[in-house]
Design a protein around this ligand. Structure first.
Ligand code: 5RP
Length: 249
């Protein structure tokens, strides 16, 4: 899904690293933190690990096995899911975000756990490079997590909605990609999402769709790096320089 040149990729990775660094001060001692998935979230986890090794006391839960492994390697204490567990702050990446902070997520296949933690969080903070901020959602294919048995009927239903579904392939030739839960991933090519809320409602009524990658009304802020500049986006407000918002309100 990545169509950037190697040079663009390097620039975007520098932006991801910068966005991650810009939100480190949002994490305060004693917090329970949700850890996102993907390359931007990985920068955040790595940098947060350094703070933990330097004495910052936090506990965290990760949104994927990959992020959990990384968190463990960098020394972040991990909490298992349990009843009543809530997160002060979850920091995650996104595939697209619009001016209302509606998101497409799941490019890394972790949309289900990401939505679980986002929903169990008091504050979902998105970190992103400049390619992720869009005027309208939909250029990035919308991921679905699908129970394998239900796949043919889910593909029919998504086709009927105009979503041109494609089952995601695995990294080894001839295999399909699976989520951490062992489900399949389907990428829907709607191209432009004129009504994300309406589409979300339609997708969640399809039997066998475990979760979709539309995150609506969940993100409270997004920190987006563009070149060397970092801006904080909040729904319906003009973006503000990151230095003015170094902590949660
Ligand atoms: C994983 C996600 C990621 O947050 C999203 O794909 C962005 O990834 P990256 O930070 O690598 O660009 O939703 O399921």
């Amino acid at each position: 899904m990545n169509k950037n040149s190697p040079d663009q990729q390097t620039n975007l990775d520098a932006e991801k690293q910068l966005a991650a660094a810009a939100v480190l001060d949002w994490v305060r001692a004693g917090m329970t933190v949700g850890l996102g998935t993907g390359s931007t979230a990985a920068h955040f986890i790595t940098q947060l690990g350094e703070r933990v090794r330097n004495g910052l006391q936090i506990q965290a839960t990760a949104t994927s096995k990959a992020s959990e492994d990384l968190a463990r390697r960098v020394g972040i204490p991990l909490l298992e899911p349990r009843r009543g567990l809530r997160f002060d702050l979850t920091v995650d990446g996104a595939d697209e975000l619009d001016p209302s902070l509606r998101l497409i997520k799941g490019g890394g296949g972790a949309l289900l756990r990401e939505k679980v933690l986002a929903t169990a969080s008091d504050y979902l903070l998105i970190i992103a490079d400049s390619s992720k901020a869009v005027a309208q959602l939909g250029r990035f294919p919308l991921p679905l997590e699908v129970v394998p048995f239900a796949l043919p009927w889910v593909l029919d239903a998504v086709d009927a909605l105009g979503g041109a579904p494609v089952v995601r392939v695995g990294q080894t030739a001839g295999t399909l990609a699976h989520s951490d839960q062992g489900n399949l991933l389907v990428d829907c090519h709607f191209k432009q999402l004129a009504d994300p809320e309406g589409l979300a409602q339609q997708l969640q009524t399809i039997p066998g769709v475990v979760e979709h990658g539309l995150f609506l009304g969940l993100a409270r802020a997004a920190v987006v790096a563009t070149g060397g500049q970092v801006l904080v986006h909040r729904a319906g407000a003009a973006p503000t320089a990151a230095s003015l918002f170094s902590a949660l309100p």
